[in-house]
Design a protein. Structure first.
Length: 112
């Protein structure tokens, strides 16, 4: 087993940027990696995917696999690589497939 844990969040989460609600969910997963703060992963069906464009950016994590990035495109401009997703994650983190995580320094991720 790796140093990563994934648990269902018991909270409601809202993701916002420039006044727009990008996501709202009661079905998020909290991923904890080592001693880091939890990263909230939101199911795609709870994300306004029409507000996002796939970015050419990709990175690889040795524990999770290849990440694809998405930029928020709104009326006030684009926020490059605001979210990422592991579309085909490694088996031991398969629970985050079909979910997006968001950079809290680029958008607002809040527990409500």
């Amino acid at each position: 087993m790796s140093h990563i844990s994934i648990t269902p969040s018991k909270a409601t989460w809202v993701v916002r940027a420039n006044g727009a609600i990008l996501a709202e969910t009661q079905h998020a997963k909290e991923l904890r990696e080592g001693g880091r703060e939890a990263v909230i992963y939101v199911p795609r069906e709870d994300v306004a995917m029409a507000l996002f464009e796939r970015s050419p950016t990709q990175t690889t994590c040795p524990y999770k696999g290849q990440a694809s990035y998405f930029s928020y495109v709104g009326p006030d401009g684009t926020i490059k690589d605001a979210a990422w997703s592991y579309e085909a994650p490694r088996d031991d983190v398969a629970a985050i497939a079909g979910h997006l995580a968001f950079y809290p320094n680029k958008v607002t991720v809040e527990r409500v």
